[in-house]
Design a binder for this molecule. Structure first.
Ligand code: NAD
Length: 554
């Protein structure tokens, strides 16, 4: 049976008539109710007389959207549409994914989070606070849908590059799940955004009388762990097949919670594992251009946080596939953080997540010196600090090797370690460049370049879909590895020639289906699947996918 169709949800159209149906975003079609439906559902007179098919509604909402002057207004408009008419929202988003992804997700969602209390209109997702300890299951029971397959949960501590936003972080799970739906076709009624309110250390928010979260400092002790534990256990008991994605937790908790739960529940952390997979995919694309093996690269990372460590782990898995041992792979990485080269020999204690990749060599204070010493083939920027891949460093790298691979992944665009133009100009067009936020295609000295964007949205929707479809009981690193390889295989030779190591964003849904199949196959291979393996996985996945289409009402 198609599991997408087995939710006996309380939104059953049989129960609703008249205005109730218009006020239910899942059921409402607005002006697209046919005259017969209006009669059958007691809607006559509650709507203007004209019937508009969905295509005309789409033209109308797109026009309204386009007239909004700021990105925040566009965001508010889209969320308003989601609150009124879910199918129309997802149809619009799916049709304009490349254009709207930066509005429903990063960077605009960051602004929306900062303004959360001000732009809050209708509740979306579950807020679970420290005060709710002991009754988390009752809160889950309040959620109106019964077959939840994926949760995105944040504690609001490290929202994008904006830091601690407390409960205002709720916009992140909402935005991320809308991409799971639009980019991978996960039925929205099977998704649940959650924000755990454990206080905030953001003084500005705490002094804001309109802040909607708990007015207390961030809990760091036992109560925090108890709440997380209770939440995970309650979800496991109520929805045993549900995937839980940790999102935008602070550094220490992000690594700790992933480690704590990964062997007992299907949990993932996109900031760590998704970033790792999307970057590895880009690197594999770049190596298709240079025709070199992954295992021979010397890789310098600027940044040793969630992204830097997650990427190193992903590349390490890739190098091991090519025959290196853990130790041999680690020898090919150099992490530089705000205190210089991450090495056991430098003064002070290293954070636990940095220990795995810490080197055993004398300290080096600057990135420039590390580049001089290491002569890297790959330079990866995940520091959140703009401009650190300066002309001297990039030119030095270009003197050492023919095709320097330079990924400036810090978001948003203004934080990139170097721009696409800088990378191409300083290397006479030899750089293979990708960024975290988009840069427009450009022409330098008559040559056209299309810089790729290492957007996690290429990976997490497909991983989620593959894990759901296979009923994965665990999310294992090798699933991300297979996701990365599947993504890398979707990049055409034509795109590589233009310098892009990622597929077009407009193809993201097809990419997600490829990734889902790769992830599900890995789940079956490892025996961590909770659902039987279908005879024809590809068509099973296609059948599973939810489509934003109005159902005719009898
Ligand atoms: P984080 O806070 O966990 O880590 C940041 C790291 O950068 C830390 O190790 C810190 O010491 C280091 N750092 C800070 N200032 C530095 C400096 N001046 N010189 C050298 N190192 C410095 O953050 P994160 O989650 O790892 O994210 C880092 C950046 O990566 C962010 O800008 C984020 O937007 C970006 N990112 C991109 C993608 C993507 O492109 N797909 C995915 C995830 C994160």
């Amino acid at each position: 049976m198609n599991p997408a169709a087995d939710d006996p949800a309380p939104h059953d159209q049989e129960q609703k008539r008249g205005v109730d149906i218009l006020h239910n975003p899942r059921l409402n079609k607005g002006t697209a109710f046919t005259p017969e439906e209006r009669d059958n559902l007691n809607l006559r007179g509650l709507l203007p007389p004209k019937y508009l098919p969905i295509e005309e509604q789409l033209d109308l909402v797109y026009e309204n959207y386009s007239h909004k002057e700021s990105d925040l207004e566009k965001y508010i408009y889209l969320i308003g549409l989601l609150d009124r008419n879910e199918i129309l929202f997802y149809r619009l988003l799916e049709g304009h994914l490349e254009e709207m992804m930066p509005v429903v997700y990063t960077p605009t969602v960051g602004l929306a989070c900062q303004r959360y209390s001000r732009i809050f209109r209708r509740p979306r997702g579950l807020c679970i606070s420290l005060r709710d300890r002991g009754r988390v299951d009752t809160i889950l029971a309040n959620w109106p849908y019964r077959d939840i397959r994926i949760i995105v949960v944040t504690d609001g501590e490290r929202i994008l590059g904006l830091g601690d936003l407390g409960l205002n972080g709720m916009g992140i799970p909402v935005g991320k799940l809308s991409l799971y739906v639009a980019a991978a076709g996960i039925d929205p009624s099977k998704t649940l955004p959650v924000c755990l309110d454990v206080g905030t250390n953001n003084e500005e928010l705490r002094h804001d009388p309109l802040y909607l979260g708990l007015d207390r400092s961030r809990e760091r002790g036992e109560e925090y762990d108890e709440l997380i534990d209770e939440f995970i256990n309650a979800v496991r008991a109520r929805w045993p097949r549900c995937i839980i994605q940790f999102e935008d937790f602070g550094n220490t908790n992000a690594f700790r919670l992933l480690e704590k739960y990964r062997d007992e529940a299907p949990v993932l952390n996109d900031d760590i594992q998704g970033t790792g997979a999307v970057t590895l995919a880009g690197l594999l694309g770049a190596l298709r251009i240079t025709k070199q093996p992954l295992s021979e690269q010397r890789i310098v990372f600027l940044g040793a946080g969630e992204a830097g460590i997650g990427i190193a782990e992903a590349i390490m898995t890739g190098m091991k596939e090519e025959g290196l041992s853990d130790e041999e792979a680690k020898q090919r990485f150099w992490h530089v953080d705000s205190k210089g080269l991450v090495t056991h020999q430098r003064a002070g204690e290293l954070a636990p997540h940095k220990l795995l990749f810490a080197r055993d060599e004398p300290p080096v204070n600057t990135l420039g010196r590390v580049v001089e010493r290491v002569q890297p083939t790959v330079l990866l920027g995940v520091s959140g600090k703009p401009g650190l891949f300066n002309e001297m460093i990039v030119r030095a790298m270009a003197r050492q090797i023919e095709r320097p691979i330079i990924f400036a992944l810090s978001n948003p665009t203004s934080k990139a370690e170097c721009t696409a133009r800088q990378a191409y100009t300083w290397t006479d067009g030899r750089a293979i460049y990708a960024s975290g936020s988009p840069f427009d295609p450009l022409t330098i000295n008559g040559r056209f370049f299309r810089p790729g964007q290492g957007n996690n949205a290429y990976v997490f929707p497909g991983v989620g879909l593959g894990a759901i479809v296979s009923g994965a009981k665990r999310i294992v690193n090798s699933m991300f590895h297979h996701a990365a390889m599947a993504l890398a295989n979707t990049v055409s030779d034509e795109l590589l020639e233009e310098g892009s190591v990622y597929p077009r964003q407009s193809d993201i849904k097809e990419v997600s289906l490829e990734i889902a199949a790769a992830v599900a196959r890995e789940a079956y291979r490892l025996g961590v699947n909770g659902e039987p393996e279908p005879d024809d996985l590809e068509s099973y996945i296609r059948d599973w996918v939810w489509k934003p289409e109005y159902t005719p009402y009898g």
